[in-house]
Write a new protein. Structure first.
Length: 356
């Protein structure tokens, strides 16, 4: 059989298997697409949309101190629950959602993280774990439960990244060793391994090497700019070196030079800091004690707690009545999840094209 026919057949089979595997999730996505078109775009009656995934901040504790980070204690605090209660919390989330993004703080500082992830896996969650990578060799059993791994890396320059994370010399070398070792394991089991690179004015030059590292190892490259106290740094737009990098990343995506997270359009929003509409309830942000933020973490307002109201959708509905609809804070925080929410509502097919 000619080679292109074989390739076409393999591709069709892959698409068929993807649909078969993800049918329940895809049903939810298409129902939401219809609802969002009607409620948000046509009737313009609300900006609160149903969640599609939970972002679970499993702990606020962290073993590093990245200078730009506002997601760790003591900046943020809430009670960390016992293993059994944490698993119960996930069970409540699972009644409505099947996608779980586990982050922190540093998830792997929690001694029971493997047990919690194993339970989440047993409930049928699709799990993405976001970690700084330092402790992976001590908790490698977490890999058994996850579908996708994200590790943070802003620079290949070891002394610079040690300074960014305010950690002892040798920490970045250790992170890199873990990335290569466990990245290979993820790849061998055909699960995505992503490097998340936060771009700041002092690391612009370093990002090219991080991209090359991803290309060589077949990792997915993901990026965003560093927020300053949860707010976008617009001064980057006046930095010619930064703007050249942003062009380079978007162009690399268009030319498929390496695997890059998001569509070329979403990268334009993320990196060129274009105006977008945020629909933060697309991702339910859940703190270790079960608090669910409404509408989002940067606005620092909690909508309810899953131990009092065991439904994320109900928490959003009640919070909307009490606190009002999602305010129009366009251009406030250019994070991947927020840009995704914009495209999810306004350019769904562009986003869907990423998963073809
Ligand atoms: C808060 S961390 C939690 C997970 C884990 N501790 C880690 O660093 O990968 C999740 C991601 O947020 C990024 N991040 C932290 N502070 C940020 C900021 N001010 N602006 C943009 N991204 C930030 C980190 O680099 C990391 O990739
Ligand atoms: S490792 Fe993650 S949680 Fe810890 S300080 Fe850095 S970005 Fe924040």
């Amino acid at each position: 059989m000619p080679e292109d026919r074989v390739n076409r057949r393999t591709r069709m089979r892959a698409i068929y298997n993807y649909f078969k595997r993800n049918l329940p999730f895809l049903k939810v996505v298409f129902r939401q697409y219809a609802q969002n078109n009607w409620n948000v775009r046509i009737r313009k009656s609300t900006r609160v949309i149903d969640p599609i995934s939970a972002i679970f901040y499993i702990t606020h504790r962290c073993n590093l101190e990245c200078h730009y980070c506002t997601q760790k204690s003591p900046d943020v605090t809430s009670e960390e629950l016992s293993t059994a209660k944490t698993i119960e919390l996930l069970r409540r989330i699972r009644t409505e959602l099947s996608s779980l993004y586990v982050t922190g703080g540093e998830p792997l500082v929690r001694p029971d993280v493997a047990e919690v992830l194993q339970a989440a896996h047993g409930m049928g969650f699709n799990i993405i774990l976001h970690t700084n990578g330092t402790l992976l060799d001590r908790r490698e059993e977490v890999l058994d439960s996850i579908h996708s791994l994200v590790i943070s890396l802003d620079s290949m320059n070891e002394s610079r990244f040690d300074r960014i994370t305010k950690s002892p010399a040798g920490t970045t070398r250790h992170i890199l060793e873990n990335i290569v070792r466990y990245g290979r394991q993820m790849r061998q089991s055909r699960r995505p391994m992503t490097i998340n690179c936060v771009i700041n004015s002092d690391t612009v030059d370093d990002v090219y090497d991080v991209m090359e590292f991803c290309r060589e190892n077949d990792f997915v490259f993901s990026c965003c700019t560093a927020l300053n106290n949860d707010v976008t740094q617009y001064s980057l737009l006046d930095n010619p070196k930064y703007m050249a990098l942003a062009d380079h990343i978007v162009q690399s995506k268009r030319e498929k030079r390496l695997r890059i997270n998001g569509s070329a359009e979403s990268l334009e929003y993320t990196l060129k800091l274009k105006k977008f509409n945020c629909y933060p309830t697309l991702f339910a942000r859940v703190y270790p004690n079960g608090d669910v933020f409404y509408p989002c973490v940067p606005l620092k307002t909690v909508g309810g707690n899953l131990f009092e109201t065991p439904s994320v959708k109900e928490i959003f509905a009640r919070a909307r009545k009490k606190l009002g609809d999602v305010p129009d804070c366009r251009r406030r925080c250019h994070l991947y999840s927020n840009i995704t929410s914009h495209l999810y509502v306004h350019n769904f097919w562009n986003l869907a094209g990423e998963y073809k």
